[in-house]
Design a protein around this ligand. Structure first.
Ligand code: GLU
Length: 510
């Protein structure tokens, strides 16, 4: 654990524009681990200043995702905190003063160009960028006289505030993953800071709020790196540089072939989710699948994400959240992108289901059974079934495929596997077996006694155990699958086992 001088306060600052990509959840996770490790605070701040991109329900969805993952924030729109409000739209009044201060200090200016005028520029110059090369020819407080500017403002001409980036300079900053980073200001355009409706843009709001909320470390995806120079300049221009957070730009999560950032479309194309939970687009009703609904346990999902771009330097892959809190270090986060591998994700899912306490998955399975109209005899019965089949499950949903025969007797049988080799001796065997089973006491009805008597009878009938074992399985489950057959019979109970033998025998011998 590295020494950190200031009080750790980190934030996840999503814009509520849709589903939460697994890269977003990984940002949450690294924030969370870092905060816990340094006994700091993890803040959720909703960056909803762009009304055009606002999507109904997206904020609640983000909160639900964090809760599902067990990565709930210490401060945020739900539980509040000393820096409330945590929704930028509710902080609107905060931002203007800083934009005005920047104008006053000569670091920003008013721009009156209409949408049509800007469009005309874009038509004329396909690479149009509002900046030092052309700002003196455009309609703003740098090109207009003071009196004209004042007149426009007094008349209420719509205007924005833009940052004034000086050319010919180099912006330097330190990133905890990338080390020294620099950008030439010649390539940075004069971004809008305050929009005509008085709302700040992301650039102004993120800096003001990171400052006001005393954020110590800013974790975010690498895709925000190009915006960093504007932010660094703002920290400088606002006179806050000594309070600037440490920057931590996380590597991208890449497509399985390593060619570019993993997108929702890749997931659709390759048949796996990229969102944490199902997301329903409120406009189109389109549902994008999530890891939760695919049947991942949240701990498996979180563990899988931790390893996307980080490792502890050993071969260890399975970590509890407490181990992650203890072992996480920014120094071990890689600079290069992490390829997403669905097979690896499945492996994590399988490992977690295998080792899950039955009580942790019981109710989800019970819900799914209820949705299918299945009534379960007792919780204890369900627990025994879960114990028996969970090591065969990759996802929670696999329970039905692995265990449906415990609730519904087979309707059809894999006859190709029994019919061609059926003999009268086998009919005889199963009739005898049924008679024998009838005399079993409650106590004897267990896998060991069942197996012993099954084998003894086979010997008595001069049949090889292998000849009757497979038909027995198919009688009970319908096909060549499932856990150990005597475990199945033991759980199905005497009456049901006898019934299934009888019913199948009529078909097999018929
Ligand atoms: N609001 C930005 C987003 O949607 C946050 C980027 C940052 O953390 O600075 O991801």
């Amino acid at each position: 654990m590295s020494e950190i001088a200031k009080k750790v306060r980190v934030r996840f600052a999503p814009s509520p524009t849709g589903g939460l990509h697994l890269g977003g959840v990984r940002t949450v996770l690294f924030n969370y681990l870092f905060a816990r490790q340094h006994k700091g605070a993890f803040v959720l701040r909703i960056e909803d200043t762009d009304q055009n991109r606002y999507v109904e329900g997206a904020e609640q969805y983000i909160i639900d995702c964090l809760n599902w993952c067990g990565l709930s924030p210490d401060e945020g729109p739900v539980n509040g905190g000393s820096f409330a409000p945590y929704r930028q739209s509710e902080r609107k009044e905060n931002y203007r003063q800083y934009a005005e201060q920047l104008v006053k200090d000569g670091y920003a200016y008013y721009a009156f160009d209409s949408t049509a005028e800007l469009e005309e520029q874009r038509q004329k110059f396909p690479n149009f960028r509002y900046g030092h090369e052309n700002r003196n020819q455009l309609r703003n407080s740098l090109s207009l006289s003071e009196a004209e500017t004042k007149e426009f403002i007094d008349q209420g001409v719509p205007h924005v505030v833009r940052i004034k980036v000086l050319p010919g300079e180099t912006v330097h900053f330190h990133d905890m993953i990338r080390g020294h980073v620099n950008f030439e200001t010649d390539l940075v355009d004069d971004k809008v800071l305050l929009k005509a409706d008085g709302m700040p843009t992301y650039h102004l709001a993120v800096v003001v709020d990171d400052y006001l909320m005393q954020i110590s470390h800013a974790f975010r995806g690498e895709e925000w790196l190009p915006s960093a120079p504007v932010h660094i300049l703002l920290w400088e221009y606002l006179g806050w540089k000594k309070d600037m957070p440490e920057w931590v730009h996380l590597p991208l999560i890449l497509k399985p072939d390593g060619n570019g950032k993993l997108s929702k479309r890749d997931g659709d194309r390759l048949g796996f989710p990229v969102y944490a939970m199902n997301w329903t687009d409120p406009k189109t009703g389109e549902i994008t699948k999530g890891f939760r609904e695919m049947g991942f346990l949240p701990d498996a999902f979180v563990n899988m994400l931790a390893l996307l771009g980080w490792n502890d330097g050993t071969e260890q892959e399975i970590f509890t959240i407490d181990e992650l809190v203890e072992k996480f270090s920014i120094e071990r986060v890689s600079k290069s992108g992490a390829k997403f591998d669905i097979e690896k994700a499945k492996w994590f899912s399988h490992e977690y289901i295998k080792k899950a306490e039955v009580s942790c998955i019981r109710y989800q399975i019970l819900d799914a059974l209820e949705n299918r109209g299945i009534k379960v005899k007792s919780e204890d019965y369900l627990d025994q079934i879960i114990t028996l089949v969970k090591e065969r499950m990759t996802y929670l949903q696999d329970f039905w495929e692995q265990a449906s025969f415990f609730f519904l007797a087979p309707e059809t049988y894999d006859l190709d596997s029994v019919k061609p080799k059926w003999t009268d001796a086998k009919t005889d065997y199963f009739n005898k077996l049924n008679t024998q089973l009838t005399s079993f006491s409650e106590d004897q009805w267990n896998p060991t006694d069942l197996e012993a008597s099954f084998k003894a009878l086979a010997e008595e009938c001069s049949l090889k155990i292998g000849d009757v074992m497979l038909p027995f399985r198919i009688m009970l489950v319908g096909g060549k699958f499932g856990p150990a057959v005597f475990d199945i019979a033991a759980l199905l109970g005497k009456e049901e086992t006898e019934l299934r033998i009888k019913k199948a025998l009529a078909v097999f011998a018929g």
